[in-house]
Design a protein around this ligand. Structure first.
Ligand SMILES: Nc1nc2c(ncn2[C@@H]2O[C@H](COP(=O)(O)O[C@H]3[C@@H](O)[C@H](n4cnc5c(=O)[nH]c(N)nc54)O[C@@H]3COP(=O)(O)O)[C@@H](O)[C@H]2O)c(=O)[nH]1
Length: 511
C-alpha cells in the first residue's frame, strides 16, 4: 500500500494464497473431470471389447457345437461307418478341427485316426460341455477347445483349434489384453493356457459370461492406464491449465483492484474517514482571527491520522478528489454552522480545490450548498487553487468562475511563486487573493533573494489590487516583516496548527 510507506504492513497469507487457490480449483476440478471421463471411457471400451470377443467365441462355438450335436446320435455305430460323417463335419463346419465319437465315456472313433481308444472324463469339461486343453498328442503345447455333446451313453466331441481363439483375442484386444476363461483354465492372447485364476485388471476390470456356453471373457487395463488416457489428451489438459491460469490471474487482478489505492480511497470515502482539520488565518495588523483553511485528514482505522500529501496525489490521479472535496465541504459546513455565532462576520473559509474540479459546473452547487447553511455575510468561501496545477481555460471554467463570483465566492492562488501563473492567468480567472508559498516565508531574514521575491509578490498584489495571504508563518521575525509590509492575512504555526473541530472551537475567540 503506497499511502503508508513507513507502516510495517503484515503480509496477509490468505491474500497471497487466494490466487493460487483460485488457480488450483479449476486445475483440480478439471483434472478430476478428465480422470472421471477417462475411467468412463476405459470402462466403455473394455465393455465393448468384451462384448465383441464374446460374440466372436459364441459364433465359433456355434459351429463346433452344431458339429458335435449332429454327430452324437451316431455314437455306437461302427467307426468305419461313421468316419465319413466325422470328416464331413470337419470339412463343412468352419473352425472345427476334429471330431470324435464315444460310447460310455470311451472314445472309439476319430475323424483323424479312425479307430482309437481313449477314456473320456466328463469332469474335465466345464458344465460337462467345454474343456480348454493345453494341446493334445497331435499338437502338444497348442491350445485346443473341446466341445462335448452327450446324449445318455452317446458322446460326440468336436475340437476348435486354439489358434483361432488366440487370434481373435489378439485382434479384438488390440488396445488392451483380453482373456478367455473356461472352467478353471484361461487362454492368453499368445495362445498359452494357464490352469489358475485369470489375473485381475487394475483399471476398468470387465468380465462377461456367455449366455450359451460355459465360458467368459475378461479384459481391462493395467495400473496407470487412466493417467495415460489423461496424458493422451494434451488439448484438454492445456485447456484446464489455461482455465487455471485465467482463474488465478483474474483472482489476483480482483484482489489487487480491491486493494488498489483507488479502492482503498473509495472505501474510506464511503466510511466517512476523510475529515476536516482547521488552521486559523489571522489579520496581519490586529492578529484577530479572519478565518480558517480547511485541510483534509484521513482518519484511518489502522494507520491513525494520515497526512494529506500521502493520499491527495492518489485521489487526484484516481478522479476521487472531487467527491472527496465535496464530502469535506459538507462536513466543514455542518461543523461551522453549528458554531456560526462564534464566527466573526465575513469569516473566511478556505477550501483547496483541484484543477479537475474547475471543469465541473457541479462545483457551483457545492458552493451554493456550503453557503446556504449560513446567514448572508457570515462566511466568505475562498476556493484555493494551487499554482502548481494550471487551470485550462474552457467555456465551462469561464462560466463557472463567472457564476462563482456572482455567488460571492472568492478565488485564491495557493503556493504562489512556485508555479507558472501569468498576469493574464490571474486576470482571466478574476483571482481575489495570492497566498505566498511558505517556502519563501521560511527564508525571511535568512535569504536575501527570497526576501526580494516576497517583496515582489506583495508589490504585485498591491498593483493588481489582490488580497495577500502569507502562509507558513512560524516566528515573530517573519510576522513582523510581513506586518511591516502590510500583508493583510497571515497563516502559520505561530498562530495555530491545523486542528480538529473541537480544538478549533476551544481556540475560537469568545464572541
Ligand atoms: N486538493 C486538496 N489538497 C489538500 C487538502 N487538504 C490539504 N491539502 C494539501 O495537502 C498538502 C499538505 O497539507 P497539510 O499537511 O495540511 O499542510 C498544510 C499545513 O499544515 C501546512 N502549514 C501551515 N502552516 C505551516 C507552518 O507554519 N509551517 C509548516 N511547515 N507548515 C505549515 O501547510 C499546508 C497548507 O497548505 P496550503 O493548502 O498550500 O495552504 C498541501 O499542499 C495542501 O494544499 C484538500 O482538502 N484538498
Amino acid at each position: 500500500m503506497p499511502f503508508f510507506p513507513d507502516s510495517p504492513r503484515p503480509r496477509r497469507p490468505l491474500r497471497l494464497l487466494a490466487p493460487w487457490l483460485a488457480g488450483a480449483l479449476p486445475l483440480v476440478l478439471g483434472v478430476g473431470i478428465l480422470y472421471w471421463q477417462a475411467e468412463r471411457d476405459l470402462e466403455a471400451s473394455a465393455s465393448n471389447t468384451a462384448n465383441q470377443a464374446l460374440a466372436q467365441f459364441d459364433l465359433m462355438l456355434d459351429n463346433v457345437a452344431a458339429a458335435a450335436n449332429e454327430l452324437a446320435p451316431l455314437a455306437g455305430q461302427p467307426c468305419a461307418e461313421v468316419t465319413l460323417a466325422l470328416r464331413e463335419q470337419v470339412t463343412r463346419r468352419p473352425f472345427v478341427r476334429s471330431t470324435n465319437l464315444g460310447l460310455d465315456d470311451h472314445l472309439y472313433c476319430s475323424s483323424l485316426f479312425g479307430d482309437i481308444s481313449e477314456p473320456i472324463n466328463p469332469g474335465d469339461y466345464a458344465d460337462g460341455r467345454l474343456w480348454l486343453m493345453d494341446g493334445n498328442p497331435v499338437t502338444p503345447g497348442q491350445a485346443l477347445l473341446v466341445y462335448r455333446a452327450a446324449q445318455d451313453e452317446q458322446t460326440a466331441l468336436a475340437t476348435l483349434d486354439g489358434y483361432h481363439l488366440a487370434n481373435a483375442l489378439r485382434m479384438i484386444g488390440r488396445d488392451q489384453p483380453v482373456l478367455l476363461q473356461v472352467g478353471n483354465s484361461w487362454l492368453a492372447p499368445n495362445g498359452s493356457v494357464h490352469d489358475a485364476p485369470s489375473p485381475a485388471f487394475a483399471v476398468a476390470p470387465t468380465q462377461l459370461a456367455s449366455s450359451r456356453y460355459p465360458l467368459s471373457v475378461s479384459t481391462g487395463y493395467p495400473a496407470g492406464a487412466t493417467w495415460q488416457w489423461v496424458a493422451s489428451h494434451p488439448l484438454l489438459l492445456a485447456l484446464v491449465v489455461f482455465l487455471a491460469l485465467v482463474a488465478g490471474g483474474v483472482c489476483r487482478w480482483l484482489l489487487r483492484r480491491a486493494h488498489s489505492p483507488r479502492a482503498e480511497l473509495a472505501r474510506a470515502l464511503d466510511a466517512n474517514e476523510f475529515i476536516p482539520y482547521y488552521q486559523p488565518v489571522v489579520r496581519g495588523i490586529t492578529g484577530r482571527w479572519a478565518g480558517v483553511e480547511v485541510l483534509m485528514r484521513w482518519q484511518h482505522p489502522r494507520e491513525g491520522l494520515v497526512r494529506p500529501d500521502l493520499f491527495i496525489p492518489f485521489a487526484e490521479h484516481s478522479g476521487l478528489i472531487v467527491p472527496m472535496t465535496r464530502h469535506l465541504m459538507r462536513q466543514a459546513a455542518n461543523d461551522l454552522r453549528a458554531h456560526a455565532e462564534r464566527l466573526e462576520d465575513d469569516f473566511h473559509v478556505g477550501i483547496n480545490i483541484t484543477a479537475e474540479h474547475c471543469q465541473d459546473l457541479a462545483l457551483l452547487d457545492d458552493c451554493r450548498d456550503f453557503l446556504a447553511g449560513f446567514a448572508p455575510g457570515r462566511v466568505t468561501l475562498v476556493l484555493e487553487l494551487t499554482e502548481r496545477e494550471l487551470i485550462r481555460p474552457t467555456p465551462i471554467t469561464h462560466q463557472l468562475f463567472e457564476a462563482l463570483h456572482n455567488l460571492g465566492v472568492m478565488i485564491a492562488i495557493d503556493d504562489f511563486g512556485t508555479g507558472h501563473s501569468s498576469l493574464a492567468y490571474l486576470r482571466e480567472f478574476k483571482v481575489d487573493f495570492l497566498k505566498i508559498d511558505q517556502s519563501f516565508i521560511a527564508t525571511i531574514g535568512k535569504d536575501a533573494l527570497s526576501g526580494h521575491i516576497v517583496d515582489s509578490i506583495i508589490e504585485l498584489s498591491g498593483k493588481l489590487d489582490l488580497g495577500i495571504v502569507a502562509e507558513g508563518v512560524e516566528d515573530t521575525v517573519q510576522r513582523d516583516y510581513l506586518v511591516e509590509r502590510r500583508v493583510e492575512f497571515l497563516q502559520g504555526y505561530l498562530f495555530g496548527r491545523p486542528v480538529p473541530l473541537h480544538a478549533l472551537i476551544d481556540q475560537l475567540p469568545a464572541p
